[in-house]
Design a protein around this ligand. Structure first.
Ligand SMILES: *[C@@H]1O[C@H](CO)[C@@H](O)[C@H](O)[C@H]1NC(C)=O
Ligand SMILES: *[C@@H]1O[C@H](CO)[C@@H](O)[C@H](O)[C@H]1NC(C)=O
Ligand SMILES: *[C@@H]1O[C@H](CO)[C@@H](O)[C@H](O)[C@H]1NC(C)=O
Ligand SMILES: *[C@@H]1O[C@H](CO)[C@@H](O)[C@H](O)[C@H]1NC(C)=O
Ligand SMILES: *[C@@H]1O[C@H](CO)[C@@H](O)[C@H](O)[C@H]1NC(C)=O
Length: 379
């Protein structure tokens, strides 16, 4: 009898511990949106800003039942149909937030360069290497560089839950992810950008400059800071939008292309000038103008073109920066090493890099023994 009682107590105790553990997990989970993780002593965040918690519980956006009436709808691919059905949806619940990333509205002016990197939940290895290399949060030349990954969700069921859990873990350690509950898909990239801009207006409106780009680029963020610091009379309060300028092009009408845009999505045969979405630099001012314009422009699935549309509506132009090579570097001869660090020491951005190459290149360009003959022509 005594033995059974002892066993019972043991079991009850174990159960109690388990429940406690589960509750702790639940509380941790709930708190993840409000995780304030201060890494640099000089950037102490004293006053947490007020949080607008309604952004965590947006009601589900309903399908547009009239979309199916569009001429030729049934001949379109599932992805395009999906896009047309949900094109009007601009709000999705936030799963991971960073309300104090910029230290509040006023303090956000202390962020000189905010790195806004589009990343799918599965790209864990890319995020890890960026955190250790060009996207490291740091003080460079006396100004702050901060980092944010922007993400949606992937898959369904257990797989989706697992990937969300991964991002949640990363958030606990690095405090650098914004995630919304929409499907991560090529055609949803514009949505991601608009959701970010809305977040920025709410939480970080005075950041001086932003780099907006992909998670598979090599960005020489030190050069970016130096270039931006060298701009005459623009401290982020005036227009700047620069990168790999693309002009005089229009929608690709071939359904085999990744960038296929049928007339049902956009009728016009031309695009305004825009900068390749692999990576471009813009001022905080221009980011907010784009957000304002986006309110009255129907979503086009190709995010970089959409940014160009917003600029055009505001009467602003994107400009070309020869240091941004989103189409890759053009190395004049096949006898030259395309990974010679001297090329990368001078550029602003090159697309695209594998994590291991990126890790190596970042360390090679920072090596003080590196001797190169070139000059920073673009500065
Ligand atoms: C919270 O944010 C939503 C969406 O941006 C906005 O509509 C609402 O007015 C905000 N509420 C407060 C109290 O700021
Ligand atoms: C369009 O779709 C709606 C909703 O399904 C339907 O009620 C309506 O009759 C359709 N209109 C046309 C012109 O087909
Ligand atoms: C639904 O789709 C139709 C057809 O494309 C469009 O005219 C209408 O504006 C859409 N409704 C909303 C709420 O976006
Ligand atoms: C974009 O995300 C929404 C929300 O998850 C989803 O309903 C829609 O199908 C997605 N669009 C595409 C083209 O995948
Ligand atoms: C954006 O719109 C808001 C509200 O209309 C306005 O107060 C703000 O000045 C605008 N911002 C820019 C940068 O144009």
């Amino acid at each position: 009898m005594r033995k059974i009682r002892a066993r019972f107590f043991l079991l009850a105790g174990a159960l109690g511990l388990l429940v406690l553990h589960l509750c702790k997990d639940f509380i941790d989970h709930k708190n993840i949106h409000f995780n304030i993780n201060v890494r640099d002593d000089d950037f102490q965040i004293k006053q947490p800003t007020t949080k607008n918690t309604s952004v965590y519980s947006w009601p589900r956006c309903l399908r547009n039942m009239s979309a199916a009436n569009i001429t030729g709808f049934s001949s379109l691919s599932g992805d395009v149909q999906d896009f047309l059905n949900y094109r009007h949806c601009r709000h999705f619940p936030m799963l991971l937030d960073l309300p104090d990333k910029c230290g509040g509205v006023d303090k956000s002016a202390e962020i000189f360069l905010l790195l806004v990197i589009k990343s799918s939940p599965v790209n864990y290895d890319r995020r890890e290497v960026l955190r250790k290399t060009w996207a490291k949060e740091r003080l460079h030349n006396g100004v702050w560089i901060r980092r944010i990954f922007i993400s949606g969700t992937m898959d369904t069921g257990f797989e989706k839950k697992r990937l969300n859990k991964l991002l949640e873990l990363e958030q606990r350690e690095y405090n650098d992810i914004l995630q919304w509950d929409f499907k991560e898909q090529f055609y949803n990239l514009t949505l991601k950008q608009i959701l970010f801009l809305e977040w920025m207006e709410r939480n970080c409106p005075n950041a001086r400059f932003l780099l907006n780009g992909d998670d598979d680029v090599f960005a020489n963020t030190n050069n970016m800071v130096e270039y931006l610091q060298g701009l005459k009379d623009n401290d982020g309060g005036k227009h700047l939008f620069t990168g790999h300028l693309i002009q005089n092009v229009g929608p690709i009408r071939s359904s085999l292309s990744k960038y296929f845009i049928p007339v049902q999505v956009q009728e016009s045969d031309s695009y305004p000038p825009y900068c390749g979405g692999g990576g471009f630099l813009l001022s905080g001012y221009t980011a907010l103008v784009i957000f304002n314009m986006s309110q009255s422009i129907t979503i086009l699935p190709i995010d970089d073109v959409y940014m160009g549309m917003c600029l055009a509506k505001a009467g602003l132009s994107p400009s070309s920066h020869m240091g941004v090579k989103t189409a890759g570097l053009h190395i004049p001869s096949s006898t030259l090493d395309e990974y010679d660090p001297c090329y990368y020491k001078e550029v602003l951005l090159v697309h695209r890099f594998l994590p291991a190459q990126l890790y190596l290149m970042w360390h090679r360009i920072l090596d003080s023994n590196l001797k190169c003959g070139l000059s920073k022509k673009w500065l």
